[in-house]
Design a protein around this ligand. Structure first.
Ligand SMILES: Nc1nc2c(ncn2[C@@H]2O[C@H](COP(=O)(O)OP(=O)(O)O)[C@@H](O)[C@H]2O)c(=O)[nH]1
Ligand SMILES: [Mg+2]
Length: 326
């Protein structure tokens, strides 16, 4: 199960009330000694590497920090209320639901943001003034939008073999299926090369109709925002596109309609099921010259080594330019 958008309500802890109290001196004069109330707890959102989606938040939805303790006699300060730490997956953007303003994008593990400060505790009467109430609790509605962090995203028409490729590359324990639209939520795996690891994510199938709200897939295209490389997958026996150019057009236009910026992300055209054709290179693959095309078979493994070598080199190059910029 997977969830990438959820609304939650958070409440800070109220400040504890200041105390009114006196001690009697030997001359019977009353000396005020009421302690201050403790501060209320903060609400903190924290990126957690172990959390895979927003699903754990769905059943709870309301998150409250503890109130500050009351001040007490003898100048005793009230206890500070406990903070409420809400764990969210790395890659979650936090918005204020009311005004839709961005609060923070939490990407790296253990990155955190205080979304609500706890109320200040009220003063006790120790300074001779009347005791004060603590600051009240505050409430905020947050919209959390999670976008998967991965190096490579697999995007394609139904049945093009995305799951099969993911399985071959990462050994992820998911089952590919004969029927289209089998994968309903993003699937993740880790590809282990000789040098490093790459995170690979399959998105549910994109189909032309999904642009108009039918079918699956376009909602999940938002995850491409954090893609470093996209494999657009086509297949040699597609029932969803009469030829490569049609498949190419469907995929590009669907992504472009969703967000034209995603076309700036480096991409490969991965033509799968090459084991099904007898001749070497099929005809009719007249994609624009700038496009990089690879023929593979997720079934036999053919062409996959070259594909991943090229992928690593693109990712490395982009990494270097990103570092130079930064
Ligand atoms: N012959 C052949 N069949 C494949 C290949 N890759 C996937 N398939 C089959 O195509 C069907 C759809 O594969 P799947 O990975 O579920 O496609 P997805 O919908 O894109 O995830 C399944 O029956 C797979 O076994 C391949 O390289 N060669
Ligand atoms: Mg699939």
């Amino acid at each position: 199960m997977f969830l990438d958008e959820v609304t939650i309500t958070v409440r800070s802890g109220a400040g504890g009330k200041g105390c009114e109290s006196y001690r009697k001196r030997s001359d019977h004069k009353r000396i005020p000694n009421g302690g201050d109330g403790g501060d209320g707890g903060d609400v903190v959102l924290k990126a957690d590497a172990q959390t895979g989606s927003l699903l754990p938040l769905q059943s709870k939805r309301i998150f409250e920090a503890e109130c500050g303790g009351l001040g007490s006699g003898n100048n005793r300060h009230g206890r500070k209320g406990e903070d409420c730490i809400v764990k969210i997956p790395c890659g979650t953007t936090v918005y204020n639901k009311q005004n839709h303003l961005l609060i923070r994008d939490l990407v790296n593990p253990d990155e955190e943001v205080v979304v609500l400060k706890g109320g200040k505790g009220g003063y006790g009467n120790h300074a001779g003034l009347p005791p004060v109430e603590g600051a009240p609790t505050k409430e905020l509605e947050l919209l959390l939008s999670f976008k998967i962090i991965a190096d490579i995203f697999l995007v394609g028409l139904p049945n093009s073999g995305k799951t099969a490729l993911l399985k071959r590359l990462t050994g992820a324990g998911i089952s590919e299926a004969e029927y289209p639209f089998a994968t309903k939520t993003p699937q993740l795996g880790t590809f282990q090369s000789d040098f490093d690891q790459l995170r690979i994510c399959e998105l549910p199938a994109v189909y032309e109709a999904s642009g108009e709200g039918r079918g699956l897939g376009t909602h999940f295209l938002k995850h491409l925002e954090r893609a470093r490389l996209i494999f657009f997958m086509l297949d040699l026996k597609s029932e969803f596109a009469s030829d490569f150019k049609t498949g190419y057009d469907i995929l590009l236009s669907t992504v472009e309609r969703f967000n034209p910026n995603f076309l700036k992300t480096p991409r490969f055209w991965v033509v799968n099921k090459s084991d099904l054709i007898e001749t070497q290179k099929p005809k009719g693959i007249n994609l624009p010259k700038a496009e990089k095309v690879f023929f593979i078979s997720a079934k036999t493994g053919e062409g996959i080594e070259i594909l991943m070598r090229q992928a690593r080199s693109v990712l490395e190059k982009n990494h270097e330019t990103a570092n130079q910029k930064g």
